[in-house]
Design a protein around this ligand. Structure first.
Ligand SMILES: *[C@@H]1O[C@H](CO)[C@@H](O)[C@H](O)[C@H]1NC(C)=O
Ligand SMILES: *[C@@H]1O[C@H](CO)[C@@H](O)[C@H](O)[C@H]1NC(C)=O
Length: 311
């Protein structure tokens, strides 16, 4: 039923066409403005910065387009950053099993992993992927904004996470593998540390939420990112513009009670990102875009989605 409903909405969207007049290179402004609030399948053009990073034709991590030639993702997605010829980035896609006419495959020129990254669930789990050639922006392929370090993502703020990860710790996303979206509130670091210290399971060290990490999700579990979502974006609407607050990094299992999703804060890695991409413009919140909470907050939508590489 859900697929049928999504397909119908998608047709309506395509018929409604695009809105003109927006700067060609503006970040964080999807051109397809309709949203399926209350649903879980994403819509065509809704998250135009979402990419699939693939190896030998298989999706293994998410990522986000931040300029016409750079994709942001997680460092743990790559065991060997020199094997660029094995990787491919798929852009402009809603359904992985049916990429469709808006899909673009891009070759990878270089992978820069943050040198401070030290393995699973540690700090600095961010990587930048440079494409061989710049991509052309379309209604389905647009960059997200990278926030200036002055931007604060307050606890309680409702943000969104997207990905093609698994719908639970065991299952895989059923065909046609439609991009999933989930609204998640930001959880403060002290609260997140408290949650992660509860009910420590044998086999798991109590985890510490480091300064460059950001928690988002639900203490009760049930809705979260999961396997294969790794590297994908956590984005928040600030004023009129979507800013990427975090990169999907880790969690103890997926959607478990007291184990919300943990993301890497982009603002903590501003200097490193700036060093690799000097031309990137960082987005300030700005006076016109007062950091208000979305009035729809606390109507979270959901599904389990995930984080470690799918492969
Ligand atoms: C790549 O995929 C093909 C077909 O799916 C498979 O036969 C081949 O073994 C794979 N190669 C690697 C290196 O995984
Ligand atoms: C990484 O990949 C490169 C290119 O394929 C290869 O030359 C190198 O030996 C690999 N390094 C490791 C540690 O596997």
């Amino acid at each position: 039923m859900r697929q049928v409903l999504a397909a119908v909405l998608l047709l309506l969207l395509l018929r409604s066409g695009t809105r003109g007049g927006e700067a060609l290179n503006a970040c964080g402004r999807p051109r397809m403005l309709n949203r399926m609030v209350g649903g879980q399948n994403a819509l065509e053009g809704e998250w135009p910065w979402q990419v699939s990073i693939q190896r030998n034709g298989s999706h293994f991590c998410g990522g986000s387009l931040i300029t016409d030639r750079w994709v942001l993702t997680a460092a743990h997605c790559f065991s060997n950053t020199s094997e660029t010829s094995l990787y491919q980035v798929l852009l402009g896609v809603l359904q992985l099993a049916r990429p469709g006419p808006h899909a673009v495959y891009a070759r990878v020129k270089r992978v820069e992993s943050n040198p401070k990254y030290q393995g699973m669930a540690s700090s600095a789990d961010v990587a930048l992927v440079e494409l061989e050639a710049p991509v052309t922006f379309t209604n389905y392929i647009l960059p997200v904004c990278v926030p200036d370090p002055s931007v604060v993502f307050e606890s309680g703020m409702k943000c969104w996470v997207t990905g093609w990860g698994t719908p639970s710790e065991q299952d895989s996303l059923p065909k046609p593998r439609t991009l999933q979206k989930l609204a998640v509130p930001i959880i403060s670091t002290p609260k997140c540390n408290l949650l992660y210290s509860k009910d420590a399971e044998s086999g798991f060290q109590p985890r510490t939420i480091k300064d460059d990490m950001l928690c988002a999700g639900f203490a009760e579990g049930k809705r979260d990112a999961c396997k294969g979502d790794s590297g994908g974006p956590l984005v928040c609407l600030v004023g009129q513009v979507w800013l990427q607050a975090g990169v999907i990094s880790w969690g103890e299992g997926c959607a478990r009670r007291n184990r919300p999703g943990v993301y890497i804060r982009l603002t903590s890695h501003h200097d490193w990102i700036h060093r690799i991409i000097p031309e990137l413009q960082f987005q300030r919140a700005g006076p016109g875009s007062a950091q208000k909470r979305d009035p729809r907050t606390r109507q979270p939508l959901g599904r389990n989605s995930a984080r470690y590489p799918a492969a």
